[in-house]
Design a protein around this ligand. Structure first.
Ligand SMILES: Nc1ncnc2c1ncn2[C@@H]1O[C@H](COP(=O)(O)OP(=O)(O)OP(=O)(O)O)[C@@H](O)[C@H]1O
Length: 307
């Protein structure tokens, strides 16, 4: 089965000549949730707008559901749901009126009540949009994106402005939609959001893909951290040799030793065995697996230093 989203060597140059997207390629399979991450100004929104058919690429190609979303908009648009960063609703309308208005322009739309129920806004149906909180406006955006029961959903920073509970409720909903077969492309600034939802991701930096792959693979490529205090009377050289423990770097501060290792379990086991055999305690022991946040920061720093 062809991929639902296919992006090849995509480029986008703005009118002033600035190239925001510099030859990126990726694909998203049906029912998959793919996250686009990136530093500020990396080109996420510029990319998503091309996928949504809001502008033509300067070079390269985009296919959504097998069509060009810009030139074949009529074939693609009814099957996609879009949640933009800035919704921009008429502020005097109530929540229910806003959804009703959109439903009027959408074929096969869900009933208004169902759409509001989905995003937890049913009790705010008669409130004017201008009186909604920022988080509630994001949920109204999401309700509108879901009106036509889309096969493909574009979510551009869907939980910005939501409190922790609102964010988790939105994650639950997005998971349910994905489980029901909806293909989702998500951009987000929250790394834990990508970790919680995405199967695969790409991290953009200055218009290029710096790293892409399954979330667990991207994380596993980063070293883990292990730190502890050297027991009194012991020196670094008394520890087991660090190389075979997968240690890629180490530093000491006072008696505290900090190691980065690509073999966390092995390193931790060997150090604890060494401590037991030496009849000492590794005080302040802290073992931390790599996280997506570290992968992200590492990539951002690496790219900075190669400039
Ligand atoms: N209409 C425009 N004309 C010229 N440059 C633009 C235009 N829109 C965006 N840019 C530039 O393109 C680059 C990418 O912007 P884009 O909004 O796609 O990044 P982003 O990854 O979505 O960023 P953020 O995370 O900050 O929302 C930025 O340097 C931005 O200033």
């Amino acid at each position: 089965m062809p991929d639902v989203i296919e992006v090849e060597e995509l480029r986008r140059t703005y009118a002033g000549g600035f190239e925001a997207v510099r030859g990126i390629s990726f694909s998203v399979a049906r029912g998959e949730l793919f996250a686009l991450l990136g530093t500020n100004g990396a080109g996420k929104t510029s990319t998503v707008e091309l996928l949504e058919g809001l502008a033509p690429p300067s070079a390269g190609s985009v296919r959504v559901l097998g069509h060009d979303p810009y030139t074949e908009r009529a074939a693609v648009r009814p099957r996609t749901g879009v949640m933009l960063q800035e919704g921009g609703f008429p502020s005097e309308l109530t929540v229910a009126e806003t959804v009703r208005m959109w439903a009027g322009c959408t074929s096969g739309a869900r009933p208004v009540g169902e759409a509001l129920e989905l995003v937890g806004l049913a009790r705010r149906a008669d409130v004017r949009v201008k009186q909604l909180s920022g988080g509630e406006k994001r949920r109204l955006d999401l309700a509108l994106a879901l009106l036509a029961r889309p096969e493909v959903l574009f979510l551009d920073e869907p939980t910005t402005g939501l409190d922790a509970e609102g964010r988790h409720t939105t994650w639950e909903l997005v998971r349910e939609l994905r489980d029901a077969g909806t293909t989702v492309l998500l951009t987000t600034h929250y790394l834990e959001e990508a970790e919680a939802l995405a199967e695969r991701l790409a991290i953009l930096h200055e218009g290029r893909i710096a790293v892409a792959g399954r979330v667990d693979e991207v994380v596993a490529a980063q070293p883990s951290h292990l730190s502890f205090d050297l027991p009194e009377g012991y020196h670094l050289g008394d520890l087991p040799p660090l190389g075979p423990l997968g240690v890629t770097s180490h530093e000491t501060e006072g008696r505290t030793v900090r190691l980065k290792t690509t073999a966390l379990q092995h390193a931790a086991t060997e150090l604890l065995l060494w401590a037991r055999n030496s009849r000492v305690e590794l005080r302040g022991l802290d073992i931390r697996a790599a996280s997506l946040e570290e992968a992200f920061l590492h990539i951002a720093r690496e790219q900075e230093s190669t400039r």
